[in-house]
Design a protein around this ligand. Structure first.
Ligand SMILES: [Zn+2]
Length: 400
């Protein structure tokens, strides 16, 4: 049943900082002029669950498929660990204004914060929210968040903020938070289309204005916001800050860096570049100039042997070693996101178009698929890391 490629109906999100380029750049059928900051392309997060757009499975939700056909959809190894939810979330993001400065926790941070919050007295104000709600949020959303961005379009001079300048300590940072001068502590760098930025937990970051990008992340939204550029809060949608939690999870002195340098793996029969290899997922950029059959059995052998990318010469961006083996291609799902050119992809008699920003899920049950570039096509190829250590699910059955 799941031997065909799947595409999903997008879930648009209006944002005050959102832009209008998902309509023009990614061809989305969004109302003209509406500020859509995010379009969730593949999601099994809480109440935002993707539904198959077309084909024989039209209308089926990703959650249903993951729960009822886990092995066919995700492969035996991943489905054993993710019994309830699909583990990766893909979003398109488009910004007309800078996003808040934030940080995401690691699994270890979550354990520690959860324990600490549980021991706090309830109903005490903490940065605009109560201790009880902070504890509930950590408990109910207790999944770490690793993310990576691929820039599809950047307005001239557009920047990302990621990491802290050398010498910034917890104390100096706390001081800058208190007097509203956080920007001075942030590393800021220009980005262009084609750049890749990897953001491990504990890294302070903010996506700048004038960017259209693909965000690949764990299925999680555990975000600690620590600075909102001194913007006035709207009374309808207050944006609470999580200073205490942020300071607990920021990795002072270990703030990575800027853009990833792709490692070229193969030039034939198609160009493969490894962009990100972390404990949750593996991202490569594949470029095609002729019709190509991708066979997972052959692929999985070369994926485990391939080198890692680096963020700066000599510095690997890998996490724990044992967690970095590429998931064997023949036994796990693949996500394809079109990042330049156009073409089609086919498997099991189903052919789907790939245009800029489009994402397709190739279930584990698909053993080989065919790409037809028109005349050139580059995609992100995303696979889960093999040893997911899922201790919690991203969604709790709580009301919206
Ligand atoms: Zn983030």
């Amino acid at each position: 049943m799941l031997n065909i490629p799947l595409r999903f109906r997008e879930i648009p999100k209006k944002k005050v900082w959102g832009g209008t380029r998902l309509r023009t750049i990614a061809g989305k059928d969004f109302p003209e002029g509406e500020k859509i900051g995010e379009s969730w392309e593949i999601s099994d997060y809480r109440h935002d669950v993707s539904a198959v757009l077309d084909g024989p499975l039209a209308g089926s939700t990703l959650r249903d498929l993951a729960q009822k056909h886990g092995v066919e959809l995700m492969g035996a190894e991943v489905s054993r660990r993710c019994t309830r939810h699909f583990p990766i979330l893909v979003k398109l993001i488009d910004t007309d204004d800078v996003l808040s400065v934030q940080v995401h926790p690691s699994e270890d941070d979550i354990k520690q914060l959860g324990a600490r919050s549980a021991s706090l007295r309830p109903q005490t104000e903490v940065s605009g929210e109560t201790q009880r709600s902070a504890a509930a949020r950590i408990k109910g959303d207790r999944v770490a968040k690793i993310e990576a961005w691929y820039i599809l379009h950047a307005e001239p001079g557009a920047v990302m903020y990621q990491g802290l300048h050398g010498g910034i300590t917890r104390e100096t940072f706390r001081h800058k938070l208190a007097n509203g001068s956080v920007e001075e502590a942030l590393r800021r760098f220009e980005v262009q289309a084609g750049d890749v930025i990897f953001c491990p937990p504990g890294t302070v970051h903010a996506i700048g204005a004038g960017l259209t990008l693909i965000e690949i992340q764990q299925t999680s939204d555990t975000t600690f916001r620590l600075f909102d550029w001194n913007r006035p809060h709207s009374p309808e949608s207050p944006r609470p800050l999580h200073i205490k939690e942020s300071l607990a999870v920021i990795r002072f002195g270990r703030q990575p860096t800027r853009k990833a340098h792709p490692a070229i793996i193969e030039h034939s029969p198609w160009k493969r570049e490894r962009l990100v290899k972390c404990e949750r997922f593996l991202i490569e950029r594949w470029s095609f100039v002729k019709r190509t059959v991708v066979d997972k059995a052959t692929l999985s052998r070369s994926m485990s042997a391939a080198p890692s990318p680096s963020v700066s010469p000599g510095h690997s961006i890998c996490g724990r070693r044992e967690a970095q083996r590429a998931c064997a291609g023949e036994s796990c799902f693949e996500i394809l996101c079109c990042v330049s050119g156009r073409g089609t992809v086919s498997a099991g008699g189903q052919t789907l178009p790939l245009t800029l920003g489009a994402s397709i899920l190739m279930p584990a049950a698909v053993h080989s698929w065919t790409v037809q570039p028109d005349p050139q096509l580059s995609i992100l190829h995303v696979t889960p890391a093999s040893s997911f250590a899922f201790e919690a699910t991203a969604t709790e059955d709580s009301p919206p």
